[in-house]
Design a binder for this molecule. Structure first.
Ligand code: 3PG
Length: 197
């Protein structure tokens, strides 16, 4: 979460897009890549992206233990989930892999804390109330750190990143779906990576 200010949330429809997309994002300064398990190509895309030098590749949209196992088998270096269930949280801890589960209320955070987790994705960030909601939610949980995702853009990211407990944001705007225009993706990544400053 502290490697880059933005984690691209990636949907791969065609395996051939995976490697050029990863190359362009890494070249632009966004090495941490979340490949969502929303398409049949996702697991092979993770395998392909792992071959790109400098890329740190994780699986997103992991919602249960069998998806976790498949993601780990594909070489995922971290796991992101839209929510938090106890079976999934325990399985991720057993697998000894960095795990970023989604939370949207105090009960979710408390369930995470019970499992020993302190770093969470705030999802869906804008629909769940935006920065005011996260500020209110974070107040009682000073030990927790967050990656808001869902409705984040280049325009609103600085405001989120300006809130101390936010270590990074997630977003799909840096990784447009479909055919890869490497130069354009690299430009988007560079712009997003500069948010760190
Ligand atoms: C996610 O999968 O985490 C979000 O759907 C990404 O949200 P965005 O498309 O609004 O960036």
């Amino acid at each position: 979460m502290q490697t880059a200010p933005v984690i691209p949330v990636i949907v791969i429809d065609e395996l051939k897009h995976a490697e050029p997309l990863a190359r362009a994002l890494v070249a632009g300064g966004l090495p941490v890549l979340e490949v969502t398990l929303r398409t049949p190509a996702a697991l092979e895309a993770i395998r392909a992206m792992r071959k790109v030098e400098g890329a740190v590749v994780g699986a997103g949209t992991v919602t249960n233990q069998s998806e976790l196992a498949a993601a780990v088998d594909a070489g995922s270096q971290f796991i992101v989930s839209p929510g938090l269930t106890e079976p999934l949280g325990k399985a991720a801890i057993r697998a000894d892999i960095p795990f970023l589960p989604g939370i949207a209320n105090a009960g979710d955070i408390m369930r995470g804390l019970d499992l020993g987790l302190t770093h969470f994705k705030f999802f869906p960030a804008m629909a769940a109330g935006g920065l005011p909601a996260l500020k209110a939610l974070a107040a009682p949980f000073g030990q927790c750190r967050f990656c808001p995702t869902g409705g984040i853009s280049l325009a609103n990211a600085p405001e989120w990143l300006g809130f101390d407990p936010v270590l990074c944001v997630g977003g799909s705007w840096v990784a447009p779906r479909g055919a890869i225009d490497g130069a354009e993706v690299e430009r988007l990544a560079r712009e997003a990576a500069a948010l760190a400053a």
